[in-house]
Design a protein around this ligand. Structure first.
Ligand code: DGJ
Length: 725
């Protein structure tokens, strides 16, 4: 609910359990008064107390009032150069060379439904509401529109920012954050999700210390190294208690999430496109829209925060019409064959998989051009008929005859120098004049900021997708961007290329969605290097990590689950010893880890023993029978990811069904007996369990489920619960 009291300049956003408020002060500055558990409708600006502080300047209008300073007041969207020395949200280089701007309240409007952003991902919802607050800086001839979307039942508030040049000269916008969030406290922890290729999204938590701390990417993608999702929370917040604020940026390129604890024990979070390498020229009348950010405040710890993000992402961000349906169980040939395959090899993998219940065959890298290894062929999206005689026209019907649908891997943003595309258009890559570009995985990045480049690549993709019925596309991206310079833009506009590249990716993904609405898209960036809310708007699932080891995956999927729902995490059972780390884990543990994800296999199932095949048949049957519980159930983390075992639980929204999954770590001699406390059940009901027992919901939650002793490494348990009528 949006309560807009224009007269008193108070704007209050209420969600089911939270309240967010801003107020225009006597000088027209839009202050942030409150964000937290839901409170009644009232003026909360009394919480802001100010005093004459040395070295914190006072604006001209304040006259002799030395108590007001931009440096000490909580602001809704901070500026720079006129008195606030903390993190700036927006910065221009004005025609006169100044960087100082000072925005004051100029008006507001409300809209029915949640706003959309042209060319950018955004949450949607007809039941949502929109508030737009307009700020102006007369001296800079610029206006800022602050967008707020309220999705009440998810406790989700979205933010976006549109900057307009109202003057007659070009403005250079060198910073434009999507969100600024000020708190009248600094006793909070800052949580970020960090890592590297094959080890993404490890949770890191530390108290805010004086000064600025941040998570960011300048790699052209949101990155394996830091995720555009962060949390600020009470120092003692845990899964089920404590106040926490989760903030995600729906963006897939360079980003900065910076948190600052200031001199007076207040704090500020600013999040948006990374200002490094960013500078956007705004001609008179033009506008720039910053990507959307979304916040959930949970008064009851991380668990509820995550569940609210999951619900919102599943129903109001992911747009795949079939996401309400069961996803096909797939087999992907990558780890089984790498580049070394032909039709017969693929069909033998498919035959074995189909016999066990797999429904979709995904042909990964290596099917096109002269792609015999990863140094050639990217850019030439025509079937390599030496490997696949007769092309997809011949292969796909044979898969259909096995009862399987067909999916294909592409990496449209990239090119190898050894390719027809590069030979024809060497000027289409990102590179700086006079300098040979750096290679990543031996490849260069195409300049996706250019329409003609995208059109060409899309034309090739269309031909492939029209040559045979394709029901799934995996969209990969296997290097960080360097040498980011576009031949299509003048020197003064090179600061736009990173962002235009991301807009280009979104443009082509949108076209794919529009032209092939029935194709299931899976995002990928060397695994989880672009796992963000921006991509999820286009691709309902994302390959979570190139690391398929079940034990490493427990930690990766644990960190990922703080914001993103399990249905969005591509997760496959692969062969042992694991290709990435050589670990040997039981098939049961691999199955349980992958089942809390978009499930599939990435191995030659023909190499499995009869006993393993039986186990695989069971896994697939379980996954099909309980897919709704796994993907649409409320997700509870029962443990952390570094203890003797990792456990989690999904509970159906009506609390009648649940599944508990557990995977243990290395073997222990003389292990203690442990009881695992479940969550989210109905305390009044009794539950029949798949181990044959019956226990009360209250007992399972308060006293716990007695775990069996585990012998050996990486043991696992999957326990289904059904309410007794
Ligand atoms: C990186 C992906 O994450 C892998 O799954 C695989 O598709 C390879 N690229 C293929 O080159």
């Amino acid at each position: 609910m949006i309560v807009c009291k224009e007269q008193s300049g108070i704007f209050t956003l209420h969600t089911r359990r939270t309240t967010y408020q801003m107020k225009v002060n006597r000088y027209g500055v839009l202050l942030h008064t409150y964000y937290g558990p839901r409170v009644r409708d009232c003026d909360l600006s009394g919480l802001i107390r100010q005093a004459d502080r040395s070295f914190s300047p006072n604006p001209d209008e304040a006259g002799s009032d030395r108590s007001f300073s931009l440096d000490t007041a909580p602001q809704e969207y901070s500026t720079c150069g006129v008195g606030d020395f903390r993190l700036s949200s927006v910065e221009f280089e004005l025609p006169n060379g100044s960087h100082a701007t000072d925005f004051r309240y100029a008006g507001c409007r409300t809209e029915r439904g949640k706003y959309a952003l042209e060319g950018l991902p955004a949450f949607y919802g007809e039941d949502g509401e929109t508030l737009v607050i307009i700020l102006e800086d007369a001296a800079a001839h610029a206006a800022i529109e602050l967008y707020y979307g309220v999705l009440e039942e998810f406790d989700l508030i979205t933010r976006a920012v549109r900057v307009v040049n109202r003057g007659s000269e070009t403005l250079r916008l060198c910073r434009c954050a999507s969100l600024c969030l000020d708190f009248l406290r600094a006793d909070m922890d800052f949580i970020t999700f960090d890592g590297r290729h094959a080890a993404e999204r490890c949770l890191n938590r530390a108290p805010l210390r004086p000064g600025v701390q941040s998570a960011d990417s300048v790699r052209g993608a949101s990155s394996h190294q830091h995720n555009p999702f962060v949390i600020l929370c009470d120092g003692d917040a845990g899964e089920d208690h404590g106040l926490c604020y989760g903030v995600m940026l729906l963006y897939s390129g360079n980003f900065l999430a910076a948190a600052e604890r200031d001199q007076f024990e207040n704090s500020r979070l600013v999040m948006g496109i990374h200002p490094r390498h960013f500078c956007w020229s705004l001609a008179p009348g033009e506008s720039f829209t910053a990507p959307e950010a979304a916040m959930v405040c949970s008064p009851d710890g991380f668990g509820e925060m995550s569940r609210q993000f999951h619900r919102a992402i599943r129903t109001s961000l992911i747009r795949d019409g079939r996401s309400r349906q069961r996803k096909p169980v797939l087999v992907n040939n990558w780890e089984a064959t790498y580049f070394d395959f032909d039709t017969e090899k693929l069909l033998s993998i498919a035959r074995e998989a189909a016999a066990l219940g797999v429904e979709l065959f995904v042909l990964d890298d290596g099917w096109f051009g002269a792609r015999s290894d990863d140094s050639r062929g990217l850019g030439d999206w025509q079937v390599n008929t030496d490997k696949l005689p007769g092309g997809l026209e011949s292969l796909v019907p044979r898969l259909h005859a096995l009862g399987m649908s067909f999916g294909i891997w592409v990496e449209p943003e990239m090119v190898n120098e050894d390719s027809e595309l590069y030979r024809a258009h060497p000027d289409w890559v990102l590179q700086t004049p006079g300098r040979a570009p750096a290679r990543g995985r031996g490849q260069l990045a195409l300049d996706f900021s250019r329409r003609e480049v995208r059109d060409h690549v899309y034309g090739q993709l269309r031909q492939v997708l029209s040559s045979a019925p394709v029901s799934y596309v995996k969209w990969d991206m296997n290097r960080s961007l360097t040498d980011v310079w576009s031949a299509a833009l003048p020197p003064a506009r090179q600061g736009e290329v990173y962002h235009r590249y991301v807009l280009g990716v979104y443009d082509i993904l949108e076209r794919l969605r529009r032209d092939y609405p029935d194709i299931l898209l899976e995002g990928c960036c060397g695994g989880g290097g672009r796992f963000d809310g921006g991509m999820l708007y286009y691709t309902p699932q994302i390959w979570c990590s190139d690391n398929t080891d079940a034990i490493d995956r427990l930690r990766i999927q644990y960190g990922t689950s703080f914001c993103y729902p399990v249905c969005a995490m591509g997760a496959h059972v692969s062969a042992v010893p694991n290709e990435q780390n050589g670990r040997i884990t039981p098939l049961a543990a691999r199955g349980i880890a992958a089942m809390s994800g978009a499930f599939g296999y990435e191995m030659d199932l023909g190499r499995c023993t009869a006993e393993e095949k039986e186990e695989i048949r069971r896994q697939i049957a379980t996954c099909k029978a309980h897919w709704e519980l796994f993907h649409w159930g409320d997700y509870y983390r029962l443990t952390g990811s570094s203890g003797p075992f990792t456990a989690w639980e999904q509970v159906s929204p009506d609390r009648r069904q649940a599944v508990v999954s557990l995977v243990s770590g290395g073997a222990q001699a003389a292990p203690p007996f442990l009881n695992l406390k479940l969550k989210g059940l109905d305390p009044a009901r009794e539950y029949r369990m798949s181990d044959g027992g019956v226990m009360g919901g209250d007992v399972l939650m308060s006293a716990g489920y007695p775990l069996p002793p585990f012998r050996g490494d990486y043991q696992s348990m999957q326990l289904f619960l059904e309410a007794v009528e």
